[in-house]
Design a protein around this ligand. Structure first.
Ligand SMILES: Cc1ncc(COP(=O)(O)OP(=O)(O)O)c(N)n1
Ligand SMILES: Cc1nc(C(=O)O)sc1CCOP(=O)(O)O
Ligand SMILES: [Mg+2]
Length: 223
């Protein structure tokens, strides 16, 4: 009998919300459809150019929905709002709150991830400081964010093979281009438009990404 690999042992999906949500309840239905498509490790609440009240309102609906399905929720940019809204952690970039401040606010039991663009040095510094994961990108062109820096698969493979700290790949990833990233041994693929704007719908995108991750994740060394 052949079975799918345990998702914990292979590359997993890290969903990122669209940058604006005009109708949170409608998006909650879309999110539920996405989560019905297959395994999702976490959801990042990434709302841009909106006030704190809008983020809090979105979190009130989306955080319990995701957590009820064992999907961890990370707040983008804002450790204070992560704490206030019951998120499981925060993702900070190089221009956001520094890692140490995020960790101080969130404590040791919540997740703190750090953007490292295409930089080994930034990633080593974040890993040594205690980040729960480092994120490299952008791997492909994206219209979700102005992301001029390109990361490549050699960097991702090097980190995944040599380092213990988990690595996330981000930027323009879709079911059509994810395979080479999965083959590097990356721990997570972070995807926004590649799920929400997938022509067959978000559930189908999540299902296809999971099928690729089942098939193309390299064998992991036993811990
Ligand atoms: C998983 C993940 N990786 C990278 C980013 C980008 O963070 P940042 O550079 O701070 O840019 P914004 O997302 O804040 O526009 C991310 N959000 N998530
Ligand atoms: C939020 C973000 N950060 C990036 C980076 O390179 O650090 S690329 C990016 C956009 C991710 O959305 P999509 O999957 O639609 O491209
Ligand atoms: Mg940021």
């Amino acid at each position: 009998m052949t079975t799918s690999p345990d998702p914990q042992d292979r590359c997993r999906l890290y969903l990122i919300t669209p940058p604006r949500l005009d109708d949170v309840d409608a998006f909650a239905r879309t999110l539920a459809e996405a989560l019905d498509g297959g395994d999702v490790a976490c959801l990042q609440l990434r709302l841009k150019d909106v006030d704190d009240d809008a983020i809090r309102r979105a979190a009130e609906v989306l955080v319990p929905l995701a957590q009820a399905r064992d999907v961890a929720v990370l707040m983008n940019d804002r450790p204070d709002l992560a704490l206030a809204t019951g998120c499981d952690g925060v993702h900070v970039g190089q221009d956001d709150a520094p890692y140490a401040e995020a960790r101080r606010l969130l404590g040791e039991n919540r997740i703190v991830g750090v953007t490292c663009h295409d930089s080994r040095d930034l990633a080593m510094a974040a890993g040594e400081a205690g980040a729960d994961y480092v994120a490299f990108g952008a791997f492909y062109p994206t219209s979700t964010k102005d992301a001029p820096i390109r990361a490549d698969v050699d960097l991702l493979r090097w980190w995944a093979e040599a380092m213990v700290v988990p690595v996330v790949a981000i930027g323009g990833i879709t079911p059509d281009n994810a395979r080479p990233l999965i083959e590097t041994g990356a721990d997570f693929l972070a995807v926004s438009a590649g799920v929400w704007a997938w022509p067959d719908g978000p559930g189908a995108a999540v299902a296809r990404l999971n099928a690729l991750m089942d098939t193309h994740s390299p064998e992991r060394e036993p811990a």
